[in-house]
Design a protein around this ligand. Structure first.
Ligand SMILES: [Zn+2]
Length: 338
């Protein structure tokens, strides 16, 4: 098959479009012909070598395609699917309790195993989600990882309730555009930040009630103004070092800061006097459980959640696609079409 691989860690120049062996199936696996694969920041971390990976390596966690080889009559060859990006052991206490993203062996497709920057990808049967005919491969590939992450953050971990005020950072990011839609659907009032007027307008279209330009406006001051000095119930963080202190300042008493990333750096500090006296909760999250993605997918298929697709690239231009993502000019997902 054709695939985009890297044989050494580094910049986007290490990505090579080349021949690679077809994936070898294990019992319970199906082979999926990839039609679209969305990019994630995880792909950049993996390429740069933040975590040790088997080399050469094929990235790609967000896949939509059709089944090429299957021994399961309920998932026949030709069936259109998108893939759950989470891989886990399937039999530990976390897995059987439906909390597979807490499995000690949890992994994301395209990290320790090969992913979807290829014509074919191997996936466990339980990772297949059948697609309705009306859902295209490109939008399907743009859905799983960020909507799963945002769902787990807001609904499961931060306990979002109707009427909550939610601040979503970086509306144009994959997690940002998903979080705006999920929070709005569940009855929250959503505030969103972005760095350009165009992105702020898109954030409003997705359901943000109020938008803040983080380059030209003081985010905590704007939040105080917009909430009559109260602050927000939930902050959706994933930017990290550059925004952390200001994010904490946006919380109301008893507020929850939930984070799934640190794109701008890992170092953060917090004034413990405010943590206890204002009774903040700091929540770390990573991915989400399979059942959560199935629930979110129902809303996607019914038209309530729509992944924003910024731009598509052909598979062989994966290096240009990753560079585009690294420049942070996008609103929504960057997708490879195969
Ligand atoms: Zn497990």
């Amino acid at each position: 098959m054709k695939a985009v691989r890297f044989h050494a860690h580094g910049g986007s120049e290490v990505l090579r479009y080349e021949d690679a062996p077809d994936p070898v199936l294990r019992p319970g696996d199906v082979l999926v012909r990839v039609r679209a694969c969305a990019l994630n920041h995880l792909d950049l971390w993996n390429r740069r070598g933040v975590v040790k990976l088997p080399l050469p390596h094929i990235s790609g966690a967000d896949v939509a395609g059709d089944i090429a080889v299957s021994s399961d009559p309920e998932m026949p060859v030709g069936r259109r699917v998108m893939l759950q990006p989470g891989l886990s052991c399937g039999h530990c206490d976390a897995c059987v309790a439906g909390r597979d993203n807490f499995c000690a062996r949890y992994d994301v497709l395209g990290s320790q195993s090969d992913g979807g920057y290829a014509e074919l990808v191997r996936a466990p049967r339980q990772n297949l989600i059948p697609l309705p005919d009306a859902i295209g491969f490109t939008e399907a590939a743009a859905f799983p990882l960020t909507f799963l992450t945002a769902w787990h953050m807001l609904i499961t971990r931060a306990g979002l309730r109707a009427g909550d005020d939610v601040l979503v950072l970086a509306a144009g990011s994959g997690v940002g555009q998903a979080a705006i839609q999920i929070a709005r659907f569940h009855g929250a009032r959503v505030f969103a930040t972005a760095g350009t007027d165009e992105k702020l307008a898109r954030a409003r279209e997705l359901g943000a009630s109020e938008v803040i330009n983080h380059h030209t406006q003081d985010v905590p001051a704007e939040i105080r103004r917009l909430t009559s000095n109260r602050g927000v119930d939930i902050v959706v963080e994933h930017v990290g070092e550059a925004t952390w202190e200001r994010s904490v300042k946006c919380l109301t008493r008893g507020g929850r800061l939930v984070t799934c990333g640190a794109t701008t750096g890992y170092k953060a500090s917090i004034d413990l006097r405010f943590l206890f006296s204002r009774q903040y909760t700091l929540i770390g999250t990573y991915m989400g459980a399979k059942g959560e993605l199935l629930r979110a997918a129902q809303l996607f298929f019914a038209g309530h959640l729509l992944p924003a697709v910024d731009r598509t690239f052909p598979l062989q231009d994966a290096a240009a696609a990753q560079t585009h993502l690294e420049q942070s000019h996008q609103f929504g997902k960057v997708v490879l079409e195969v």
